[in-house]
Design a protein around this ligand. Structure first.
Ligand code: TRP
Ligand code: SF4
Length: 438
């Protein structure tokens, strides 16, 4: 199996996907003690992660951290797209610096849009809705890939440590793939890592919340971040902890500096072997590695390194379309767009696939199947905030007490309220646009 970030697959079997690609399970201990955990975390919609512990710890210790995510401006914004921004706003409320990339280069390279078309879609569909939904302007920056010189510079420079075979293995590129497309994962790596440049807040943990289709880009960014480090901290063959200098310039200076850092962290018993470009620590254990690594990373910019910490990621499930297939902008009946009128949304909801039985009598007898119901998904992902209310719907459905007709009507009613409210907020959002596009 291969994850293709440019296909339109739905990925039903998330657990298998997770195991196959070495994505970690998003377990309760990662979110339980966060302040007022978001419903998408509580309900298992976010099902996997890489390196989220770092983010968890930064939140708990009130240390600086950043979010970087991106939007593909290639169609209208629907409920599936709303999930990422819901997550982003939650993390913004916990103090994260927010960066949002408009992937106009990627849309140009892979979907055949002009940059002008993507600008129009990004502004009127996405950014306007983000603001209306409640994204705050402070410590938040939305930018276009094609206009961000630092991102593009990084894309070029970071490409030094990736080769063609790796790109083919990851993305299945062929001789006929256009070069802008081939380059777009590096632009995305530029997006993800630029937030750790001095100018944008410096070296710090970064979270990239995405759908699982984006995992190849995450792996690439994590590999590249690691590859550009000046130091490597690891367990040696004889089970000691070693700090290694990875480059050939300034080796003495880098070893001196690492010794200082290690002493400051109160490690004694340092054994330096300059020929191996190494310092061995006899008193350290595996549990110390991440602390040492982070301390060294922060100092790398002084030696013309980047010191990038590996970006962390979370993966959410995709909401199913109302028709039972993928929710997609290209199939309007499958999606509820944030700019749908209440009556359009109502019509789609009324025609939606549910987990109801064939006849009313049958459903009263054996109940419905909320786990296979698109209406229930609307409640779970978007419409019902209170977990107990959601549980009541689930159980009433299973017991055959709730019928699909009234259930759909309830969903339509709530959706309509949401859309009307958003519509109102959107009209004021245009004036605020400038505060976000810094
Ligand atoms: N490739 C993403 C998509 O198809 C968009 C994107 C661009 C992105 N840069 C990003 C996502 C950085 C996360 C992080 O939707
Ligand atoms: Fe879905 Fe509601 Fe019907 Fe149950 S009663 S199957 S939750 S629409």
């Amino acid at each position: 199996m291969k994850i293709d970030p440019w296909s339109s697959a739905t990925y039903q079997d998330y657990a298998r996907l997770r195991d196959e690609f070495g994505i970690q399970e998003f377990t309760e201990d990662l979110w339980k003690d966060l302040p007022h955990p978001h419903r998408l975390l509580r309900r298992g919609v976010v099902f996997g992660h890489r390196g989220f512990q770092t983010i968890h710890d930064a939140i708990m210790h009130h240390e600086p951290w950043a979010i970087l995510t991106g939007l593909m401006p290639s169609g209208r914004m629907h409920l599936g797209h709303k999930m990422v921004i819901d997550e982003v706003m939650y993390y913004q409320s916990l103090g994260a610096d927010i960066f949002i990339a408009v992937a106009d280069i990627e849309a140009f390279a892979t979907r055949g849009f002009t940059l002008e078309e993507t600008r129009e879609l990004a502004v009127n569909e996405y950014i306007l809705n983000y603001i209306a939904l409640g994204l705050k302007p402070d410590r938040c920056r939305i930018y276009f890939q094609s206009k961000h010189q630092d991102v593009k510079d990084l894309a070029f420079l970071l490409g030094k440590k990736v080769n063609w075979s790796q790109m083919v293995a990851t993305y299945g590129f062929e001789g006929s793939t256009n070069m802008a497309h081939i380059f777009s994962p590096l632009v995305q790596t530029g997006d993800i890592l630029h937030v750790q440049l001095e100018k944008f807040g410096g070296v710090r943990p970064t979270l990239v919340p995405v759908g699982v289709d984006q995992d190849p880009h995450i792996r690439l960014s994590r590999d590249i971040a690691q590859a550009h480090r000046l130091y490597n901290v690891t367990v040696t063959k004889d089970k000691k902890i070693g700090v290694f200098v990875k480059v050939d310039e300034n080796v003495e200076k880098l070893l001196d500096h690492a010794e200082d850092v290690l002493r400051r962290l109160r490690f004694t018993d340092l054994k330096r072997i300059t020929d191996y470009k190494a310092i061995y620590l006899t008193s350290a254990t595996e549990a110390d590695i991440s602390g040492i690594d982070t301390a060294l990373a922060h100092t790398e910019p002084r030696f013309c390194g980047y010191g990038f910490l590996q970006p962390s990621s979370t993966y959410h499930r995709f909401i199913t379309g109302l028709t039972g297939e993928k929710m997609s902008s290209s199939k309007p009946e499958s999606a509820i767009f944030l700019t749908d009128s209440p009556s359009e949304a109502k019509k789609k909801i009324m025609n939606s696939k549910t987990g109801g039985a064939v006849t009313l009598a049958e459903q009263k007898k054996s109940g419905g199947k909320p786990d296979e119901c698109m209406i229930y998904e609307l409640f779970l992902y978007h419409l019902v905030e209170d977990d107990n209310d959601l549980k009541t719907i689930y159980e009433s459905c299973k017991k055959g007490k709730l019928m699909c007709g009234s259930c759909k009507a309830q969903a339509a009613e709530q959706m309509s309220k949401f859309l009307v409210d958003l519509q109102g907020k959107r009209t004021q959002a245009m004036e605020k646009m400038k505060e976000y596009l810094k």
